[in-house]
Design a binder for this molecule. Structure first.
Ligand SMILES: [Ca+2]
Ligand SMILES: [Ca+2]
Length: 119
């Protein structure tokens, strides 16, 4: 993790706390760094906040940091899953994004992947 990011997020650069979770949101400090979320704010995390169906469309509200490209992945099964990218939210992403998948999958499993963008 970048030292200036650690200081800005309430971490001590002299302590190896990469596996720690100072805000208790379930994401490690390293995960928060790469997700572009705040390590000292439990309301700032990479997650799918809600999902709903609207006819043939699926709406997903996801939260993440702004300095990342977000990818919504879908798989039909968790047994040997093939994760298909069904949406890309290019950096700079908004912290809260609503994704509408036109005629999107009506069942299965979703997850969000991010790629950290360096300045
Ligand atoms: Ca955390
Ligand atoms: Ca957090």
């Amino acid at each position: 993790m970048d030292n200036s990011w650690e200081v800005a997020n309430g971490l001590d650069p002299l302590i190896d706390d990469q596996h720690g979770d100072i805000d208790g949101d379930g994401q490690s400090n390293t995960s928060e760094f790469y997700s572009g979320t705040r390590a000292d704010d439990p309301e700032s995390a990479l997650r799918i906040c809600s999902m709903r169906s609207e006819g043939l469309n699926s709406c997903i509200v996801l939260q993440g940091g702004s300095n990342v490209t977000q990818y919504v992945l879908h798989a039909d099964t968790l047994v040997n899953p093939f994760w298909n990218c069904i949406y890309t939210n290019a950096a700079p992403a908004t912290e809260l994004s609503e994704v509408v998948l036109i005629d999107g999958p009506q069942s299965g499993y979703y997850r969000v992947k991010v790629i950290h963008v360096t300045n």
